[in-house]
Design a binder for this molecule. Structure first.
Ligand code: ADP
Ligand code: GLC
Length: 483
């Protein structure tokens, strides 16, 4: 059994280079832990415009992929290093030298399937170019979900990849990438694989579905979400695909990078603090209110949110619930980017409660840290949540999360117990304003009982969801594929 593995991480986001959500955090943290464990890990990703602006790279080689019978595309391979990790970039300007990763101005690029199909093929070709024979190709989400198919079908006769196995980690099964069937050839998918057990989904190609069929193993990012994926209600329409692969599907809880998300050391917050001395948290609260243009009344409780503005995150019922809850003497601080209609609703909330609610529309990592530190409670009422990282960060900052009982939120937050000081947050079931309001009111009651608040904060801050634990589980999945 090989102990040091050659691992290729094929990703579309990577923390410190390009990020739209938790996928970047997870990929960056896991790659670092794998490296620490002594594995030979290489990360490969598209040479997006933003990526090349962020990190210094050099051109090291070129390669070519055949996209269909008569179309060969040449690409450049660039190399950079981040925190000691070797990162390789597939350079093909027509596809990746664009303003956004997947979209511009809220419009998804129409050729996304082809862009990422090309990326998957180029990632495999790059291994050949670099003479890097991976034991494991670790793919993440739909952008790399075609890679297991190309590995299994196109490369099956090829000695180079004879011992390579693929793991597909599903960070979010709602993003599947459907494409018209006329694109089969352009994506290099054989007609025989256009059937309901592989890529076919309501007469369209479903890229994630193909990845589920062809990856050697599949995992998702929490045990509870893994269970949900095996149900009709929780599988985002892919229940048959997941059930077919049930024995190869596992749930591995994400970790938290405590080097970045720790109030004791965080350089982005105005005052550091620990569970032993929470005085810095008050200073963070004051600074947050000031930054967000709210009255600096630190005795009132602050409810924070940091989120992609997407349907998944529960805004449809969060906004009406907040509208009512804002009648109370509280502050609400919101940070988000994404869907324009949701942004407009949050803007309206701010205009209607200018002394209580403040919304920053944009992506701002430092502000995300400041909200984690300066809030008393963190809002995470997701409709579904594969894992969720923000509630894990909140726990470490003593900012009690208010969560819906779904997916990874179940696995990370212990519901408060009215009889004592037990619990690390507040959980509710129905995705309805009323159910959320019950949890919000519970939290406000706790806020006014300082002993109970302190007790819950202590428990929250002592939680540890480290990447080492996750990495051990990933390693055993890797080993199970290559034995
Ligand atoms: P998801 O991946 O579904 O967006 P997670 O909770 O797993 O949810 O991870 C979200 C990550 O993205 C966190 O690191 C969070 O701080 C960050 N994030 C999301 N929206 C913003 C934003 N507008 N500004 C800064 N950081 C954000
Ligand atoms: C996805 C999920 C989120 C998860 C993150 C990292 O974007 O929505 O729940 O924490 O990926 O795995």
């Amino acid at each position: 059994m090989a102990s040091k593995l050659n691992i290729l991480f094929a990703v579309s986001e990577y923390d410190g280079i390009v990020k739209t959500g938790g996928l970047a955090d997870a990929a960056g943290a896991l790659a670092s832990v794998m490296k620490e464990k002594g594995h030979n890990i290489r990360v490969i990703m598209p040479a997006y415009r933003e990526a090349l602006e962020k990190i210094e790279t050099t051109s090291i080689a070129s390669g070519a992929v055949v996209m269909n019978h008569n179309e060969t595309l040449w690409f450049g391979l660039r190399h950079g290093r981040l925190n000691g990790i070797d990162i390789y970039f597939i350079e093909y300007n027509d596809f990746f030298d664009r303003e956004g990763l997947y979209s511009s101005n809220g419009q998804g690029y129409l050729d996304n399937s082809r862009r990422f199909a090309f990326f998957c093929k180029a990632a495999l070709e790059s291994c050949r170019v670099m003479a890097f024979q991976p034991d494991v190709i670790h793919c993440h989400d739909w952008p790399t979900a075609l890679l297991p198919y190309y590995l299994r079908v196109d490369e099956c006769q090829n000695d180079f990849f004879h011992n390579s196995r693929s793991l597909l980690t599903i960070h979010n099964a709602a993003y599947q990438q459907h494409t018209d069937v006329s694109q089969l050839e352009a994506l290099g998918i054989g007609w025989r694989y256009f059937n309901p057990a592989c890529f076919e989904d309501s007469d369209q190609i479903n890229i994630l579905k193909g990845g589920i069929a062809f990856a050697d193993k599949i995992n998702t990012v929490s045990p509870s979400y893994a269970r949900e994926l095996l149900t009709s209600e929780g599988s985002h329409g892919l229940v048959d695909s997941f059930r077919r692969r049930a024995k190869d599907l596992s749930g591995i809880l994400n970790g938290c990078d405590y080097q970045q998300w720790n109030p004791v050391t965080d350089p982005m917050i105005p005052a550091n603090y620990s569970s032993k001395d929470l005085s810095g948290k008050q200073l963070c609260k004051k600074a947050l209110l000031e930054r967000m243009g709210l009255p600096i009344t630190v005795d009132k409780s602050v409810y924070g949110l940091v989120s992609r503005l997407a349907e998944q995150k529960g805004f449809s019922y969060l906004v009406p619930a907040l509208r009512e809850f804002l009648q109370q003497d509280i502050h609400v601080v919101l940070l988000g980017s994404g869907d324009a209609d949701t942004a407009a609703e949050l803007q309206r909330l701010q205009s209607d409660f200018p002394d209580k609610c403040s919304f920053y529309n944009g992506f701002d990592n430092a502000l995300a840290h400041q909200i984690e530190a300066g809030s008393d409670f963190f809002l995470m009422p997701s409709l579904f949540e594969p894992c969720g990282l923000n509630q894990i960060y909140s726990l470490k900052y003593g900012t009690l999360p208010i969560v819906r009982r779904v997916g990874g939120l179940i696995d990370t937050v212990d519901d408060y117990d009215a009889s004592g000081a037990k619990g690390t947050g507040f959980a509710f079931d129905a995705p309805q304003p009323d159910a959320l309001l019950v949890a919000l009111k519970q939290s406000l009651d706790v806020y006014h009982r300082p002993d109970q608040l302190h007790g819950m904060r202590q428990q929250a801050m002592s939680c540890n969801f480290d990447w080492q634990t996750a990495a051990v589980r990933y390693c055993s999945v890797y080993q199970s594929m290559i034995c």
